[in-house]
Write a protein that binds this ligand. Sequence first.
Ligand SMILES: Nc1ncnc2c1ncn2[C@@H]1O[C@H](COP(=O)(O)OP(=O)(O)OP(=O)(O)O)[C@@H](O)[C@H]1O
Length: 470
Amino acid sequence: MDQFNVLIVDDERDMLDGLRRILPYELEKTNIVVTHSPLQALELAAASPFDLILMDVRMPEMSGIELLEQIRAMDSKATVIMMTAYGSIETAVQSIKLGAYDFITKPFDIPDLVRLIKKALERSGLIRENQSLRQRISEKTVLEEFVGQSPPMQQLYATIRSVAGTDYPVLIRGESGTGKELAAKAIHTLSRRCERGLVSVNCPAIPEHLLESELFGHKKGSFTGALKDHKGLFAEANGSSLHLDEIADIPVSIQTKLLRALQEQEIRPLGSSRNIKVDVRILSTTNQHLENKILDKSFREDLFYRLNVVSVETPPLREITEDIPLLVHHFNRLSALELNCTPKVVATDVLEVLMQREWPGNVRELKNFVRRLIIFCPGEELSLSVLKMVDGRHAARPVPDNTIESEAIEPYAEAKTKAINAFTDEYVRDVLSRTGGNVSQAAKMAGLSRVALQKIIRRMNMIPGEYRSE
Ligand SMILES: Nc1ncnc2c1ncn2[C@@H]1O[C@H](COP(=O)(O)OP(=O)(O)OP(=O)(O)O)[C@@H](O)[C@H]1O
């Protein structure tokens, strides 16, 4: 175990000096920091969490109870010992209710204080161990969502792991369908902000006149239609991360406001005269060449540097073709689960063809293609003839015709049902993708009632929530 960091806050300077001198002799591997100012204590605790904070209850700048509340709001697991005056048992009880670990009554004997500190540090040690264990488990499960062992994927995992531990803004770049959103989620989940959910917004999906209020919030009556106060995504993501998807497409007017929010770490809701401090980490994604947008003045250079403190690249599928068999295997299992059937046995020559094809839509296109193959596959084996039936035209190598002749043709009725199912599957997925999984909008677009579309969605075992970003 490394050093423990202990902060002591008391306005009595003699007491602070005494504790600073004595405690290092009594406690091993413990670094003691002292301050007589509760406000400075807050700044210190915000900069890096302490394993234990000892605080006086009565201080002129801010009461210990208030300080305790603010510390616990910042870090709900902070271990705090209150130092109370003799006879103020009510305050002691109140502080325990507010989450203090224990209290000690002044004046105290040093051996009693040392015993209490040791007990409290034991608790902090356990919390620390627990956190690192959880971190290691979540690292495994988070990165498990990614499939691929090729060197570019290994490089991606290493970058994700190392940037996750920092608080820097990250710009995730890569072609469409290469896993940028997956990377943003992984960075957030592996970061210290993971206890609060990742807030995500697809920038171009929100009309320009609404984007400002969506990001920064608004006050009731600030524009026609603002019927009540709206918090905004920055405030919602306070203490967490905000994923700005397709950042290249935000209008320049909003870019300027975004830049200010990042520089000042504060926002001003539309119609408000007050700025609000926010602590938000920005994870942005783009498949566009932002440097070109800077040249044609449609993207602010200063914002680019703010967002791109660290950059992560997701590789296109053509650079990780050796991962295609693994990806096909993964999507085969996923699609089988979705379609309530058993996974198919994928013939080696099918894998070879898939490895040679071009995939402009990258992993997403491969995923959808495998899904179609599974839908059309009549038996247990996914053979070249099935591949040809689904999409022979795009195969990189011509498929020998005798492979089709050697297989029995399916009865008309079954083939027709399958074709209809495949059409319905593709159509509904398309309409859900276009509406970001919004069933009402999708039904409107498809000219169906909401109930009718919902029935189809259920029959096809689809989950509208999965289409949020696809
Ligand atoms: N390496 C991978 N392993 C497993 N699944 C992946 C991988 N890369 C992408 N996917 C899957 O492909 C689909 C597209 O991924 P994602 O939405 O993260 O791409 P994107 O780069 O953000 O695309 P876009 O720029 O079009 O929004 C998702 O279903 C995702 O789970």
